[in-house]
Design a protein. Structure first.
Length: 213
């Protein structure tokens, strides 16, 4: 399995970011996020990438494992919640503008697949929900979609529009709902509060109803 280490300077974060890529740039581009406190090599170290090596070697999938900066954003209690969200939004811009663009260009695809577990599933899901035009597949393993617990009760628009549990139930525009229709969703919810499971299922129901019209 061809492995590449990619390191580049990103002005969005004013720093370098690292990523591993597996494959030769063919097939479906899969963006695989690490879990909480994980680095770009975590999914390789845990054997997750090796589990799909057959698909990679066959040219069906190219896997991209970007670094995460959760310790600098959500878990950084030394800065104000506003600054934590500012850092998080900068990270999302790196993923969408740098990682997605590279993956789409190498694989000659308009959309990418996103996947993760735990907080990695949050990143995958939040980006899929916020950028449905760029994502074809979303795989969530015990994803956490309510980020309010990170911010000590502080609430603002940045937190609201990055917490799928909050914003998805309030999406009412049929065109916006239909834009999610090409998503292939695969979720394993784990032990989440019923309110969060219900919010996601209700949005899926609204999406299916909009597509049926």
């Amino acid at each position: 399995m061809n492995e590449r280490h990619i390191k580049w300077w990103t002005p969005n974060l004013s720093r370098e970011l690292e990523m591993l890529a597996f494959g030769n740039g063919g097939g479906l581009p899969l963006i695989l996020f690490p879990t909480s406190f994980g680095r770009y090599h975590q999914n390789k170290d845990f054997g997750l990438v090796a589990s799909v090596s057959g698909y990679v070697d066959a040219g069906k999938v190219t896997v991209y494992c970007p670094d995460a900066i959760d310790l600098e954003s959500f878990y950084n209690k030394s800065i104000h919640p506003v600054d934590r969200m500012r850092t998080h939004n900068a990270y999302e811009n790196v993923i969408v503008r740098d990682v997605f663009d590279l993956a789409r260009r190498e694989c000659n695809r308009h959309r990418v697949a996103v996947c993760g577990a735990s907080l990695g599933a949050y990143h995958a899901g939040n980006i899929a929900f916020r950028h449905p035009d760029l994502v074809s597949h979303f795989i969530s393993l015990s994803g956490s979609f309510d980020i309010s617990s990170f911010f000590e009760g502080h609430q603002d628009d940045n937190i609201y529009f990055n917490s799928p549990y909050e914003y998805l139930p309030n999406v009412t525009d049929p065109l916006e709902i239909q834009s999610h229709g090409h998503h292939h969703w695969h979720r394993r919810m784990g032990q989440h509060p019923p309110r969060i499971v219900s919010a996601l299922r209700n949005f899926e129901f609204k999406r299916d109803q909009a597509l049926a019209r």
